[in-house]
Design a binder for this molecule. Sequence first.
Ligand SMILES: C[S@@+](CC[C@H](N)C(=O)[O-])C[C@H]1O[C@@H](n2cnc3c(N)ncnc32)[C@H](O)[C@@H]1O
Length: 284
Amino acid sequence: MFWLEGAPSHATAAERETAPFPSHRKRGARERDRDPGRSLADDGPSPANSEIRRFMVPSTALAFGTLPRALIALPGVYRPQADTWLLAEALSHERMDADTDVLDIGTGTGVIALSAARTGARVEAVDVSWPAVIAAGLNAFRQRLPLRVTHGDFATRTQGRRFDVVLANPPYVPSPRSRPPPHGAARAWDAGPDGRAVIDRVCACAPSLLRPGGVLLMVHSGMCGPPATLARLEAGGLSAEVTARASVPWGLVLRARRTWLQKQGIAGAGDEHEELVIIRAERP
Ligand SMILES: C[S@@+](CC[C@H](N)C(=O)[O-])C[C@H]1O[C@@H](n2cnc3c(N)ncnc32)[C@H](O)[C@@H]1O
């Protein structure tokens, strides 16, 4: 276990590995700015982090995809990692209640969807992977939380529907394959040569998926161009910003692609860490 920067957390390693999501605080954006969230780690208030929340992430939470006690992941289903936790943390700052309709795109184990369901919100989760759909359904059953889980591509399965909150931890790892794989575990991370194959589709669909006042929260790597995400969302009439960042060590997939990533100019020779960002977009 090591920390990427600054002060250590007071939690033990075991506590971090089994920690549940932070409890849902119903706070608006202004409150959020005054009181930046703390869940992965606390790097303390400073002028540099008063608007964008920054986090340090323990290495073990990343490489092995540690699984909270109450969660089942079938083989091939994405195990929650730093991107999952960062998105959950961002979600904890949104106002949600029994009148909120939530969509979780690419639900995996259902971990984020269930976090939303715990607030009383009506939550729908969608995934192209059958094992993920089954795992999310099982996890909802075990946790006695209502969750509608559907199988298929998110855009096809939600056509003509609108939500108050849309959540996405899409595949975003740049890959030598020209397209996302049609099946297999890599569907959870491979996203074409620039890592944007699914991100761009989420950006294109977001305006029609959101009700007025609705919010999209999406996490992805700094490697696949947060400015392009903001520009696409804004072109669709949404106001968009980066609201949180976390620096995390490269996992196995990035390490295996080092040479290719360097050749593409996506990574530098000595890179060992990538930045994750939370994009928050709101429909006026
Ligand atoms: C990075 S994993 C995120 C899983 C979970 N939300 C989490 O944060 O731990 C991405 C998920 O998106 C799913 N996925 C990939 N392409 C998709 C698509 N076009 N429509 C719906 N789900 C998709 C994958 O099967 C995978 O479960």
